[in-house]
Design a protein around this ligand. Structure first.
Ligand SMILES: [Zn+2]
Length: 424
């Protein structure tokens, strides 16, 4: 069981960060504001026969760059280890995400007049959850995703997919083949790339002159304000503000022109509209001004985050321990990276939680990394009727509540862990 104290650095302290340079601007005076301790890789689920083997653990320290405002982790695990081997995330398992993606595709088609002569490229196209909407409308698409199982699933729904990581070299190759994208979509991937500048350079190379890139990622302001520390793990190298995105894009001749906010998507997601030409809309201007006014461009905004995270851990452990003490049974919902981060950081093992359920059938019969909670099908909730279900996938609270209406009707309860642990 990990017992990793939260080390909160003194204001301005850069002790851990000395050897690290900012992933965006290269500044080497990063300011650390949270250390989550040594954590297992969050998606490294285990088979029963592997439970006795030692699991690799890696430190997890989060820092702010005072030069370009980018929040980032200092450590780096090879992307091949994170996203290819045993990577079990299939986008199409979330109905909410499917709906969000359909609407996005329909708007892009209408706004940009996309048709048979257009090209829509998606970076990290996963199982084709988004591009299939364009393909079904007769618009040429190209998916790019290094995970072979997801790429195969995409091909099966009519989405041609390159099984590679996206970077400037791949963009150059595609452009040499005569490909220019009218639309590039990059959802929940920019945070996953350790070579941020090569990634954005690739976008600028592949984008047609009048094209648009839409990028979605969780918003660092939501992460900090709502204490969503469990979205910090080794797969997420960076946590973006509009200020940080603007600086990053400009370095590669691209411009942040518009911003949309989806407060309930993944705990708070922004969609940045980027073009090869400046066409600043009010939304982008407002966000950039608000971030300066609210202080997101200063270390002070992030300074007490570690203290707040520690409070959540203490409160959650107290709640679970007290329920167990009263003889209550507890299960958990959501065996994704977020859940792994939370149970490992908080030290929630089989003595507190009996099992975890997840809709992803590829995870059934496996065990969570670190704490080794067994993973099963959500139907177990009705079969075994635990008194409480710790909602590790709290970002899907509404969706899970609908799906588990019968469990709740029979008297079950959810425990929502952040921003303050509570019984819902
Ligand atoms: Zn920087």
């Amino acid at each position: 069981m990990p017992d990793a104290p939260v080390a909160v650095t003194a204001p301005g302290e850069t002790a851990v960060a000395g050897a690290h340079a900012c992933r965006s601007c290269g500044n080497d005076a990063l300011e650390v504001f949270l250390s989550l301790g040594d954590m297992p890789l969050p998606d490294a689920l285990l088979r029963g026969e592997d439970l006795e083997r030692p699991e690799p653990r890696y430190p997890l320290d989060v820092a702010f760059c005072p030069s370009c405002s980018l929040v980032q982790i200092l450590e780096e695990v090879a992307p091949e280890q994170l996203f290819v081997d045993n990577y079990l995330y299939f986008s199409s398992f979330s109905e909410g995400l499917m709906q969000h993606s359909r609407e996005h595709a329909q708007r892009l088609i209408a706004q940009h007049g996309l048709g048979p002569h257009s090209l829509v490229v998606e970076v990290a196209s996963n199982d084709g959850y988004l591009l299939r909407n364009f393909a079904e409308a007769g618009i040429p698409v190209l998916g790019i995703d290094p995970a072979p199982d997801q790429a195969a699933a995409a091909e099966a729904v009519g989405v041609p997919t390159l099984t590679e990581f996206f970077d400037a070299d791949l963009a150059r190759r595609l452009r040499a083949e005569g490909k220019r994208a009218d639309v590039i979509v990059a959802n929940n991937v920019m945070a996953h790339t350790p070579t941020l500048n090569s990634f954005v350079e690739g976008l600028s190379i592949l984008l047609a002159d009048n094209g648009v890139v839409t990028i979605e990622n969780t918003y660092v302001k939501d992460l900090i304000d709502h204490c969503e520390f469990d979205t910090i793990y080794h797969e997420h190298f960076c946590y973006f503000s509009c200020t940080a995105v603007d600086a990053l894009m400009r370095r590669h001749g691209l411009f942040l022109n518009a911003v949309e906010h989806f407060p309930s998507l993944q705990g708070g997601t922004l969609r940045w509209h980027v073009g090869a030409r400046p066409a600043l809309e009010d939304s982008a201007r407002d966000y950039l001004e608000a971030e300066r006014a609210q202080g997101l461009t200063e270390f002070g905004y992030y300074r007490d985050f570690g203290v707040r995270v520690e409070r959540i851990r203490a409160d959650l452990l107290a709640l679970l321990t007290s329920l167990r003490g009263d003889g209550k049974t507890i299960a958990a919902y959501g065996a994704a990276a977020k859940g792994s981060t939370l149970v490992n950081f908080a030290g929630i093992g089989p003595e507190l939680v009996d099992f975890v359920v997840d809709r992803n059938v590829h995870k059934h019969g496996l065990f969570m990394p670190g704490t080794h909670l067994p993973i099963g099908d959500p139907s177990l909730l009705l079969q075994r009727m635990p008194d409480y279900v710790l909602l590790l996938a709290w970002n899907y609270h509404g969706e899970v509540a609908t799906q588990q209406a019968e469990y709740l009707r029979r008297g079950g309860h959810f425990i929502v862990p952040v921003p303050t642990p509570r019984i819902a």
